[in-house]
Write a protein that binds this ligand. Sequence first.
Ligand code: UGA
Length: 474
Amino acid sequence: MSGGFEVGVVGAGYVGLATGACLAHVGHRVTCLDRDEERVARLEGGRMPLYEPGLGGLVARGVRGGRLAFAASGDLPEVARKSDVVFIAVDTPQGEDGSADLSNVAEVARGIGRALAQAPLDKAALDEAPLQARPLVVVNKSTVPVGSGDYVSMLVRDGADEVGGGGEEPGFLVVSNPEFLREGSAVYDSLFPDRIVVGTESREALEVLRALYRPIIEQSFPTDLDPRPKVAVPFVTTDLASAEMIKYAANAFLATKISFMNEISNLCELVGADVTEVATGIGLDGRIGARFLNAGIGWGGSCFPKDVSALRAVAREYDYESVLLDATVDVNEKQRKQVISKLQRDLHTLKGKRVALLGLAFKPNTDDLRGAPSLEIARSLDSLGARVVGYDPVAGKAAARRLPTLRVAFDPYEALGGAHAAVVVTEWGEIRSLDLGRAADLMQEPKVLVDGRNALDPEAARAGGLLYRGFGRG
Ligand code: UGA
């Protein structure tokens, strides 16, 4: 595979940019397309449209090396014509009924069909470049409900028909290749994944994907991002529908794991046990695993809420009662409300009280506010008459735009000044290493600290002069 593949990636969000930059990094030539021309211009000017550690450096390296370029969606015909593989990596937002809205995916699929019909393949050129994969492999990375692979095929054909494809099959194969990267560690997760899942009915397409991912599967790409696991990455091959279900099942399972721990945490509070000790004790059981056992205000973000909701919508479609998924969501909603009840227990009325929210992004190392508990908590506090001051290392300005009543401070200590209570909403490193004595000195009685992520040491907080309230910590 000398010289690598020609790859098009449609959608320059977290998934598309990380996928594109990483594939360029391992030796392919990638063009990332986006319909947002301002975003494309920013990327071409070397400016990142989102905060993601390590991604800016990788993008710059790819561009410098001539392996990564950006273009507006209008260039899709040209990109589809020259590419071996085109990834669909656009968002599938939550529709009004909770199901995934596939209109962005549909638009891209039709566009690929139109492109293939408008620009029939140059057979002679293909003979000269025998490594070029034909038919075109269309890889769906967007999270779509089971069965969407067939839907994408249908839409590519529809697109071809729109421009008079003449009934001739536009040469393409559809593959599902779900994404498991986490915001905040997107580069690491893309280069060192736990597994790569590929679902397709076509052996030909499967082999193209295996060759495309070979440097990652074999961990053979050059990197200064060590330490890396030295073992081969499992390449899981399956049918289209199962690959699509793997994505939903993974996210729903992780969300359920967290909600399960939150339920245990509520029981711990009642019986006087410490959920962090319980998490250590059960996490050492290889069948359970130590990760995603942190109790607190629950899960948010752009993925878990949307994907659990989409899976519930699928269940409804088949008249199946998704008892466990329903409970997972139920527990999660209750966790956030507990912040308010914990504050009310110590402050009694919240009217006229000043509350500092420490961390606003939905989790550390991202500026993403989608599904962020901070906004929900701030709205509730505001409606109860409290004055809310928030701090976040990167998401402060965006949060203030979303919630005009929220005052935003420049550092955590400014937010804590004169506060009756503080809530750890996002466990950024800087919040974990807060000077608790200084925090207490700045606050006013009763100096309550609600630790929504069980991120701080209760003893140290008490010793510093704070009234510490964790989740499920006795
Ligand atoms: C999640 C999945 O982890 C990725 O594998 C997946 O690719 C991605 O969704 C997606 O579908 O695109 P992400 O939403 O970036 O990734 O964030 P996570 O690190 O999974 O955290 C999700 C939420 O769970 C956060 O609100 C986090 O604070 C919360 N969480 C996580 C807990 O409350 N407790 C834990 O123990 C772990």
